[in-house]
Design a protein around this ligand. Structure first.
Ligand code: FAD
Ligand code: UDP
Length: 367
């Protein structure tokens, strides 16, 4: 008997496995893919760490989370900035004075604020009810039309009027010339890639790859005193209350025999007609590493069908209500716990996932 069976070798599974193992618990970690690290998996090729499941930038305000990850990797001083390409016009993201200057030719915060206020007034929006109204309330309709509407509708496959306002609140709006994508005290990229960081977390822990919990659920339920499940919560219950919705992604990777393709790590294509949402040029995350060639990835956001990889939970009212019902089922189970982006059905960043995993581990260790 194991003390814990942990399902999923992504970030949540790896963090909690590490903490429980350090506390002397006997652990088995199983993963259905053929590699560890879940969606933060990086592959090292041509002296470039390739983010196989999309760009991952570590950022956090939690000191304990930052201290924790630094036990397993050194981080560089990378600060994420994003460019938007709207039909060939380049804008700075998140929304800041450089964006406002390019959009309207304004130079001061007062001029920018006046322009936005004028557009909000014309829109007549007071209490935003959806993403479109929230976006216009934040930055006015010019920015909404060029930098938000097309990108968001490609990303989520829905009209902005049918999306929750919260999604757009992830992006800062700043009336200073500051292009940092995040408001975070700590930020960087692990210098040996995320996979090496997770490998170090899992040092000394029994891990089985290519092993799907759901294929042998009955056997697995009886080999451990506790189970921590980090896959989709609805899949654990065999979708008995219905299916939660996700968005899936397609990554098109290309090796290029040139030194520098786009001059930046991430460029978003914010028009509606370009079929992909963004292009990542991986080498720019770790400029310390030199390479004569480059690797880029075009990212496409697609409708999710059962069997596809679930990348983004769609946290609208309908799905959140269904998730609440699954949570009730979960609470009635003894010794089975759910964690991570899929287990909790929340649009979490890495640091929130680690924060929650550390808290769950503490409960097991100290209660
Ligand atoms: P996952 O990484 O999904 O791990 C779950 C694991 O469980 C997977 O490996 C899966 O294969 C396995 N599994 C599922 N079901 C089973 C089963 N039945 N049996 C066995 N194994 C199973 N966060 C940031 O902080 N910064 C960023 O820049 C950032 N960029 C992102 C970009 C993209 C495109 C995406 C999709 C996410 C991004 N995130 C970012 C979020 C980040 O990826 C997640 O917060 C984090 O990886 C979640 O870790 P997790 O362990 O919860 O989930
Ligand atoms: N967004 C946008 N234009 C952009 C980038 C983001 O409208 O160029 C919106 C979009 O709705 C997206 C949300 O802001 O889903 C959050 O963006 P973020 O970069 O945090 O998304 P992620 O990296 O998690 O996909």
């Amino acid at each position: 008997m194991y003390d814990f069976l942990i399902v999923g070798a992504g970030l949540f599974g790896a963090v909690i496995a590490n903490k429980l193992n350090s506390a002397g618990k006997k652990i088995l970690l199983i993963e259905k893919r053929n590699h560890i690290a879940g969606n933060i998996y990086t592959e090292f090729k041509n002296n470039i760490h390739v983010h196989k499941y999309g760009a991952h930038i570590f950022h956090t305000n939690y000191k304990n989370v930052w201290d924790f990850v630094n036990n397993f990797s050194e981080f560089n001083r990378y600060t994420h900035t994003v460019l938007a390409n709207f039909n060939g016009e380049i804008y700075s993201l998140p929304f800041n004075m450089f964006t406002f200057n390019k959009m309207w030719g304004v130079n001061t915060p007062e001029e920018a604020q006046n322009k936005i206020n004028e557009q909000i007034k014309n829109s007549g929006i007071d209490q935003p009810k959806n993403l479109e109204e929230q976006a216009i309330k934040l930055v006015g309709h010019d920015i909404y039309n060029k930098l938000i509407k097309g990108y968001t509708e490609k990303q989520w496959g829905r009209d902005c009027k049918n999306l929750p306002a919260e999604i757009i609140k992830r992006l800062p709006v700043r009336f200073i010339y500051d292009t940092n994508y995040y408001n975070a005290k700590f930020q960087g990229i692990p210098i040996n890639g995320y996979t090496a960081m997770i490998e170090k977390m899992l040092n000394g822990i029994e891990v089985k790859l290519n092993c799907d919990f759901l294929n042998n659920k009955n056997d697995f339920m009886n080999i451990a005193h506790n189970i921590i499940f980090t896959g989709p919560i609805d899949s654990f219950f065999n979708f008995e209350l219905g299916q939660l919705e996700y968005r899936t992604l397609k990554f098109e990777e290309e090796f290029l025999n040139i030194n520098n393709f786009q001059g930046h790590s991430v460029i978003n294509y914010t028009d509606k007609n370009t079929p992909f949402t963004r292009i990542i040029e991986h080498k720019h995350f770790l400029p310390e590493l030199k390479s004569d060639n480059t690797i880029i990835t075009r990212e496409y956001s697609l409708k999710w069908n059962p069997g596809d990889e679930p990348y983004y939970p769609v946290n609208d009212e309908k799905n959140n209500n269904l998730h609440e019902k699954y949570k009730l089922l979960a609470q009635n189970l003894k010794n089975i716990f759910f964690g991570g982006r899929l287990g909790e059905y929340k649009y979490y960043d890495m640091d929130q996932v680690i924060f929650n995993a550390l808290n769950m581990a503490d409960k097991f260790i100290y209660n």
